[in-house]
Write a protein that binds this ligand. Structure first.
Ligand code: FO1
Length: 304
């Protein structure tokens, strides 16, 4: 069994690559919930949804979130009414949030609902929210404290961040399913997701760092930083603003006590020695997953 610590798009693509590489693989994704929000009374879990739609082959590839072939009639009507329409909820996507919210109100937890939605979309991967307890990523910025989606969508991650908080993390409990995946996995993979805001909230849950540290030799991380930049999102900018090196070496330093092996892109091959000097093994390959061949190749390197 392979356990993948997961954020959104990068994780979704790696999970798809791993499941295509070996359809028989028992794959379990421990998924970040720090981006989750309640909007219009609906519980929205962006990383779970991005992974669900990607594995179902229904994601909007250009946008990176939401469904392909989506329509926006509800948002258009809401905007016309003067309602809050800055966070785009497509007509089809709304069904997921309505379903999840209704099931949570009926007494289920996020883990149970994620499994129901995964079953509906016939996913071959277990999607395990890291916690069922409240955990919210918050940004301290030049314009005040922002929730995750206020920072990410409303401000287009274009304000200076001075620190990040994972509100609720200290009291949050790793779910038993996520704990079992971390304990029993033959290999734990940290997806090429944002280390600070996608993987960081998972690591902030009590017990997760200890679980990884104990199994460090079995933990492999794929760098989301390639040639000094993130493929998508604000990982590069946030690393810089918070005093980290914007390179796979910076990522390796951040994961140093938790990870035995780093996978970095070919363009960063000259950084291999610096990563090895930190006490990590280093594998070099193409990590961009721009086509199915590259994705399968990365999966093979991760599984080697
Ligand atoms: N990202 C945007 O840039 N704009 C949006 O309006 C938006 C809406 C949205 C709705 C549901 C959902 O599951 C995700 C959504 N995202 C949107 C993506 C999300 O903000 C981020 O990409 C993730 O939270 C970061 O991993």
């Amino acid at each position: 069994m392979i356990c993948v610590l997961s954020g959104g798009v990068g994780a979704a693509r790696l999970l798809r690559a791993l499941s295509e590489y070996d359809p028989a693989l028992d794959l379990r994704a421990v998924v970040n919930v720090g981006d989750d929000l309640v909007m219009h009374g609906l519980q929205i879990c962006p990383d779970l949804d991005t992974i669900t739609y990607t594995l179902a082959g229904l994601n909007n590839e250009e946008q990176g979130w939401g469904l392909t072939g989506e329509t926006w009639r509800v948002m258009q009507e809401l905007g016309a009414l003067g309602g809050d329409a800055w966070f785009g909820l497509g007509d089809r996507d709304l069904a997921t949030h309505l379903y999840r919210t209704q099931r949570l109100h009926a007494g289920s937890n996020k883990t149970e609902v994620a499994a129901e939605i995964a079953h509906h979309f016939q996913l071959g991967v277990d999607l395990l929210p890291a916690t069922n307890d409240p955990l919210a990523t918050e940004f301290h910025t030049e314009v005040g404290i922002l929730s995750f989606q206020e920072y990410f969508v409303r401000h287009h991650h274009d304000v200076v961040v001075t620190s990040i908080d994972f509100r609720g993390a200290a009291a949050a409990r790793l779910t038993s399913q996520a704990a079992e995946a971390l304990r029993d996995a033959d290999r734990i993979v940290i997806a090429p997701s944002n280390p600070l805001i996608s993987i960081g909230p998972i690591l902030a849950i009590p017990g997760v760092r200890e679980a990884l540290r104990e199994r460090r030799d079995d933990v492999i991380a794929v760098s989301p930083i390639i040639g000094g930049a993130a493929l998508k999102g604000p990982a590069d900018r946030l690393l810089r603003e918070l005093g980290h090196d914007v390179s796979p070496v910076g990522v390796a330093r951040y994961y140093r006590d938790l990870v035995g092996t780093m996978v970095i892109d070919e363009v960063d091959v000259e950084l291999r020695a610096s990563i090895e000097e930190l006490g990590l093994e280093c594998r070099v390959t193409t990590t961009i997953m721009k086509n199915p061949d590259h994705a399968r190749h990365l999966a093979a390197v991760v599984m080697a």
